[in-house]
Design a protein around this ligand. Structure first.
Ligand SMILES: Cc1cc2nc3c(=O)[nH]c(=O)nc-3n(C[C@H](O)[C@H](O)[C@H](O)COP(=O)(O)OP(=O)(O)OC[C@H]3O[C@@H](n4cnc5c(N)ncnc54)[C@H](O)[C@@H]3O)c2cc1C
Length: 338
C-alpha cells in the first residue's frame, strides 16, 4: 500500500550572526522568520518554546498557511495543497496525527490504495479486469522491492544514485518505460502521483525508502474537513501568536504582504529588506520559503550564501504538482468501508 504524496521539500536556512555580544544578558535574540507556512510557523513555535520572544514573521502573501490552502470549488472547500496525513500506523507517531485526529478532530479517512487494482478505467469506458491489473501491480511491487534492496547497498553519499527508471531497467521491467495503458496508470500511481515527477528524474536513493513512510508507517489518511488542512497551522500559531475568535492570526509579530527581497548579513546581525523597501534588523533570520523561491533570484543574499549551502539548495529539483478537481453529477465510483 502506498499513499499519494508530494515530496515535501522545504528548506530552512539559518543565518546566524557570529557575534555573541549582540545577545545582551537577560534579553533574548531577535529572530526574523521569512514565510508563514508550516515550517515558518513551526520554527516560530520551537523558538518560542525555547524562550525566544522577540520574533517577527514576514510573509509575502496576504495569508498564513503557505502550501496548506483550502479553496472553494463547487460549493465545497477542497485542498489545493496538502491533503493527506502521510506516514501512519508505524512504530513512531507522526507528530501531525494527534493534532489532526485528537485535538482538532479534522474529518479524515483511511486511504485504501489496495482498491487501485479494481479501479483502473479504460479510456473508452468500463474497468480493466482486476485480476490482470493485480498481476501487473504485483510485478511493479516486486520491482520496487528489488529497487529498495538495491538502493540500500548504494553508497549513502548518493554518489552512485540512479533514477527510478534506471532501476526499472536494471530489473528488466518496462525498459522503454510503460507502454500499455495499465502499466502507464500503475507507474503513474506508484511514482509520479507520489513524487510529482516521472521515474526518469526521480532519485532512487531519495525515495526508496521515503523517510516519512519509513519513520511513521506506510498508511495515509485523507483529510476532508471544511475547516481545511491549514487549521493545523493556525492551531500551532495560536499557541504563541495572538488570534481572534475565528482562529485568524492577528498578532503584530506576523506581517503579511511583505515580500522579502534582500537579506544582508554580517557578524553583527542581519537586515531583511522587503519589496516595499521596509528594512528589519535582527540577530538571526530563518528562511522557510520553498526551494523554488531559494532557487530563483527573488531573495538576494548579501554576501552570497556559502558554496555548500548553494550546492545543497540545488541538489533538489522543485517539482510541480498539479491538482485537477472535477465535479461529477453523480458518484459513479465504488466506495467501500467508510
Ligand atoms: C499540490 C500539493 C499537494 C500536497 N500534498 C501534501 C499532502 O497530501 N501531505 C503532505 O504532508 N504534504 C503535502 N504537500 C506538501 C506540503 O503542502 C508542504 O510540504 C508544506 O505545506 C510546506 O510548508 P513550508 O512552510 O515549508 O513551505 P510553504 O508552505 O511554501 O511556506 C513558505 C511561505 O513562504 C512565503 N514566501 C515565499 N517567498 C517569500 C518571500 N520572498 N518573502 C516572504 N515570504 C515568502 C510563501 O508565501 C509561503 O507562505 C503538498 C504540496 C502541494 C503543493
Amino acid at each position: 500500500m502506498k499513499p499519494s504524496f508530494v515530496t515535501a521539500i522545504a528548506a530552512l536556512l539559518l543565518i546566524a550572526a557570529q557575534h555573541a555580544s549582540i545577545v545582551a544578558a537577560g534579553k533574548g535574540p531577535r529572530v526574523i522568520i521569512v514565510g508563514a507556512g508550516m515550517s515558518g510557523i513551526s520554527a516560530g513555535k520551537r523558538l518560542w518554546d525555547a524562550g525566544v520572544r522577540d520574533l517577527l514573521i514576514l510573509e509575502a502573501t496576504d495569508r498564513v498557511g503557505g502550501r496548506m490552502h483550502k479553496h472553494n470549488f463547487g460549493g465545497l472547500n477542497v485542498e489545493i495543497g496538502a491533503n493527506w496525513v502521510e506516514g501512519l500506523n508505524g512504530d513512531k507517531t507522526n507528530p501531525i496525527w494527534p493534532m489532526v485526529n485528537s485535538t482538532l478532530k479534522l474529518r479524515n479517512f483511511y486511504s485504501d490504495f489496495d482498491g487501485v487494482v479494481a479501479n483502473v478505467y479504460k479510456e473508452s469506458g468500463g474497468l480493466y479486469d482486476e485480476e490482470f491489473v493485480q498481476k501487473r501491480m504485483d510485478r511493479a511491487d516486486e520491482v520496487e522491492e528489488l529497487g529498495g534492496k538495491f538502493a540500500a547497498k548504494l553508497d549513502p553519499s548518493g554518489r552512485d544514485d540512479i533514477s527510478i527508471l534506471a532501476m526499472q531497467r536494471l530489473f528488466n521491467h518496462q525498459p522503454n518505460g510503460p507502454t500499455t495503458p495499465v502499466d502507464m496508470a500503475l507507474d503513474y500511481y506508484k511514482y509520479d502521483y507520489e513524487f510529482a515527477e516521472p521515474p526518469r528524474v526521480t532519485s532512487l536513493q531519495g525515495t526508496e525508502p521515503t523517510a516519512t513512510f519509513a519513520d511513521f508507517g506506510d498508511d495515509a489518511n485523507f483529510v476532508a474537513d471544511q475547516r481545511g488542512f491549514e487549521t493545523i497551522i493556525y492551531h500551532i500559531a495560536g499557541q504563541y501568536l495572538r488570534s481572534d475568535k475565528s482562529g485568524n492570526i492577528i498578532d503584530p509579530r506576523v506581517k503579511l504582504n511583505k515580500v522579502v527581497r534582500q537579506i544582508s548579513y554580517n557578524d553583527k546581525g542581519v537586515v531583511v529588506t522587503t519589496e516595499d523597501n521596509s528594512a528589519y534588523s535582527a540577530d538571526y533570520v530563518m528562511v522557510s520559503t520553498s526551494l523554488g523561491v531559494l532557487q530563483s533570484d527573488l531573495i538576494q543574499f548579501k554576501p552570497q550564501l556559502p558554496a555548500w549551502k548553494i550546492m545543497a539548495i540545488y541538489r533538489f529539483d522543485m517539482a510541480v504538482y498539479t491538482k485537477i478537481f472535477l465535479k461529477f453529477p453523480k458518484k459513479f465510483w465504488p466506495t467501500c468501508c467508510w
